[in-house]
Write a new protein. Structure first.
Length: 80
């Protein structure tokens, strides 16, 4: 890819911004890959019961909801 073509493609993005976006993308992909495998890992490898799997999933959902509430509260309270 020619230098001028690359600069036009990433116009307005610094190198750090691009790398942060890549890191965020890969973190999201890894989370999406791990989530379906977690119950199998808990039950087969750690010999956890279905109740423990439900508890882990419930804690994960509760944490997500709590973080979302704080994110919305602080996001709306921030001055424009």
């Amino acid at each position: 890819m020619a230098e001028s073509e690359r600069q036009r493609y990433f116009a307005g993005l610094s190198r750090n911004t691009f790398l942060l976006a890549c890191a965020s993308l890969f973190a999201d992909i890894s989370t999406e890959m791990l989530y379906p495998v977690l119950p199998v890992f808990l039950t087969q490898t750690l010999n956890a019961s279905g109740s423990v799997v439900g508890l882990v999933d419930g804690v994960a959902q509760a944490t997500q909801n709590i973080v979302q509430v704080f994110r919305l509260a602080f996001g709306q309270a921030a001055p424009a």
